[in-house]
Design a protein around this ligand. Structure first.
Ligand SMILES: [Zn+2]
Length: 333
């Protein structure tokens, strides 16, 4: 929901105004300032005249817009599956908890993650499948699958919403189920699960490792030369492999990214071995450029690059004859 719609909603609810009247007042403001302000600016001025604190006007991001490391994120989502509360033991022997809900909006799906005391609190919140949640001031973090999690912390607050205008639980579950990969028949320009056959035609970047927790595999954060896992506290990290590459298909090129074991499967060499190379980029280019791959993954928006990229979940050996047959069939059709 945009800022203007949010302002209209607040004015309607709090001052019992009609939408027509509010929109008229916004137009009047626009006219008064002779094109110096935008419609959104005009709406803000109207809201201020009614004494509304502008800071309380929140807008929601689409899940497809989220990238790792965001703070004060607001999203409006439907819960479509809840995973059981998980207990784990920290290095110092104390217990920790994590509770995960799978949520979705019209753009994408994501995991909503509650750690420790927040995980325990969910028991009282009685969140159930189908509930629509307005989540304010959450943060985002990339998870072990290369997808973006919504993390609840002490700044986060959650409201239930009665208006159900989001996709049904079935639609979201279908999006979630990983075995429904569609063979990509055109260029990669929308999110979803896809299977692609192509040739690796470029390797991006010069860095191929990121630091992870040796216990759970989560990406770790660094503070003053020390590494921390959300789950396991201070740890001695290990390197995990990642690979950003271009795949050339009969429909053109697409960007793909693979992490950990999936990346290892593409390279067919263990991370510990790859760490020893002086010029890994050159080695990987020699090894991989021209390699035919069949990959399955989830297409997501890379907001930094403003492109859709495929996060690879599975890699398979290609049966060339079968693929050529398929290609001929698709051309004939
Ligand atoms: Zn860990």
């Amino acid at each position: 929901m945009g800022k203007i719609e949010e302002i209209i909603k607040i004015l309607k609810e709090r001052f019992n105004l009609s939408e027509e009247k509010i929109r008229y007042e916004i137009k009047e403001k626009l006219y008064e300032f002779g094109g110096l302000i935008s419609e959104e600016g005009a709406a803000i001025l109207v809201a201020r005249e009614y004494g509304i604190d502008i800071r309380e006007i929140k807008t929601f991001s689409f899940l497809s817009e989220l990238v790792s490391g965001m703070r004060n994120v607001n999203v409006r989502v439907k819960v479509f599956k809840s995973l059981p509360l998980k207990e784990f033991e920290r290095k110092d022997g104390t217990k920790g908890y994590v509770k995960i809900f799978l949520v979705g909006d019209s753009s994408d799906i994501a995991r909503l993650v509650f750690w420790n005391e927040f995980a325990e609190e969910t028991e009282n919140m009685k969140i159930k499948d189908g509930d629509i949640l307005k989540i304010y001031n959450a943060r985002t973090k990339e998870n072990v699958f290369g997808e973006i999690d919504i993390i609840v912390d002490k700044n986060t607050y959650i409201e239930f919403d009665n208006k159900d205008d989001l996709p049904s639980i079935d639609v979201l579950l279908e999006k979630y189920s990983k075995d429904k990969y569609q063979r990509l028949e055109s260029s990669l320009d929308s999110i979803g699960h896809y299977e692609v056959v192509g040739i690796i035609s470029a390797i991006y970047g010069n860095n191929f490792f990121f630091k992870t927790c040796p216990i759970c595999g989560n990406k770790v954060g660094k503070k003053e030369e020390k590494y921390f896992c959300d789950l396991h506290g201070e740890i001695e990290p290990k390197n995990s492999l990642f690979l950003r590459f271009e795949v050339n298909t009969f429909n053109g090129n697409l960007r793909a990214v693979a992490f950990r074991e999936v990346a290892e499967k593409i390279v067919e060499i263990k991370t510990e071995e790859l760490e020893k190379f002086e010029n890994l980029k050159e080695f990987l280019e020699n090894l991989l450029l021209g390699k035919i791959v069949l990959i399955r993954g989830r297409a997501r928006k890379n907001k930094f690059l403003n492109v859709i990229e495929l996060v690879v979940n599975e890699v398979e050996d290609v049966n060339i004859e079968k693929e050529i047959e398929k290609l001929i069939q698709s051309i004939e059709n």
